[in-house]
Design a protein around this ligand. Structure first.
Ligand code: PBG
Length: 332
């Protein structure tokens, strides 16, 4: 008797890829407009609303344009925007008082958006660099970044932003101990509902270059940020930072940059199960847009594929300059 041979191949994975309908059924991850946080640059310095040369399609917005961005986010269903100020170099100081001025531009914009577009969550950036004459995220004395003195400033900044109505505070400074100090101060001031999205694993990356142009910090920055931002060669340290910030009261955690650090995103999500976000930073945006403008990459496809990669890596959401364009596509 001849044996019945199994058909070859018995497992055909291509069966589930045959039609769009089958591919939809087999799809493991989805990208939704609800996964997007849109970072915008804002300024009260004259000459706003022009494109940042290293970030095609991205502008610094004046007061009215900032509000229009919030309205656009609401129309598109983007749940949150994140505000980054560009400050007149003439008003930057080494003591950075403007960072916690209740009437600084960021705080005025927060109040206006909360009044007019309350459904959009407002995220802020907590770090001294937009206000610091030497471009660093912390206070500098004799070339040294002062940790504890900086934390005192950051706490004042956090309270001022919470008072203005910020929903999500985003400490991006990488000083030690700031999350716990902010959380205690927020509780003591009665801001029990304000959430903290800690830039917990933030690397000293060359991919922030275009952002520093956008916020006007490139010229000011003396030296680099390697004594406070992480060494790109480290993984375990990122996990220790995340664990520490969660213990100190962070509600959400961030990995930054995004695309070159998807391994970190995956480790963070799988080990802590916290709401985890990645920042697809300015250099990642610039890199993709440069290739798009040269006709080397397809704008829509590369944008959506890059964003889906964050979902696949376990991120709950992404801060991305592509947010409005991606939202239009996802919905369309
Ligand atoms: C600084 C800050 C930076 C970014 C967000 N907050 C730059 C830096 O650390 O020098 C980078 C964002 C981007 O590149 O898109 N507080």
């Amino acid at each position: 008797m001849t044996p019945i041979l199994p058909p070859f191949p018995r497992t055909r994975l291509r069966r589930m890829r045959r039609t769009p309908a089958l591919r939809d059924l087999a799809q493991e991850h989805r990208l939704s407009v609800k996964d997007l946080i849109w970072p915008i640059f804002i300024t009260d310095v004259p000459g706003a609303n022009v494109e940042i040369s290293s970030m095609p399609g991205v502008v610094r917005r004046d007061f009215d344009a900032a509000i229009r961005a919030a309205e656009e986010a609401a129309e598109l269903g983007i749940p949150a925007i994140c505000l980054f100020p560009y400050t007149d170099p003439g008003v930057k100081t080494e003591t950075c008082e403007m960072a916690w001025d209740p009437d600084n531009f960021v705080n005025r914009v927060i109040r206006a958006i909360k009044e007019r577009v309350p459904e959009v969550a407002i995220m802020t950036d907590i770090a001294l660099d937009p206000y610091n004459a030497n471009g660093h995220d912390g206070l500098v004395r004799e070339g040294i970044i002062l940790n504890d003195e900086t934390v005192e400033c950051l706490v004042k900044m956090a309270i001022a932003q919470a008072e203005a109505g910020a929903d999500i505070l985003g400490p991006s400074d990488m000083m030690d101990g700031r999350i716990g100090m902010m959380r205690d101060a927020l509780e003591a001031a009665g801001h029990k509902e304000v959430t903290i999205l800690s830039y917990a694993a933030k690397y000293a990356s060359a991919f922030y270059g275009p952002f520093r142009d956008a916020v006007g910090a490139s010229g000011a920055l003396k030296g680099d940020k390697k004594t406070y931002q992480m060494n790109p060669a480290n993984t375990e340290e990122a996990l220790r930072l995340i664990a520490r910030d969660i213990a100190e009261g962070a509600d959400m955690v961030m990995v930054k940059p995004g695309m070159p650090y998807l391994d970190i995103c995956q480790r963070v999500k799988s080990e802590f199960g916290m709401p985890t976000y990645a920042y697809q930073v300015s250099g990642e945006y610039a890199m993709l847009m440069a290739a798009v403008q040269n006709g080397w990459l397809d704008h829509e496809k590369v944008m959506l594929e890059s964003l889906m990669a964050f979902r696949r890596a376990g991120c709950d959401g992404v801060l991305t300059y592509f947010a409005p364009a991606a939202a239009r596509l996802i919905q369309g």
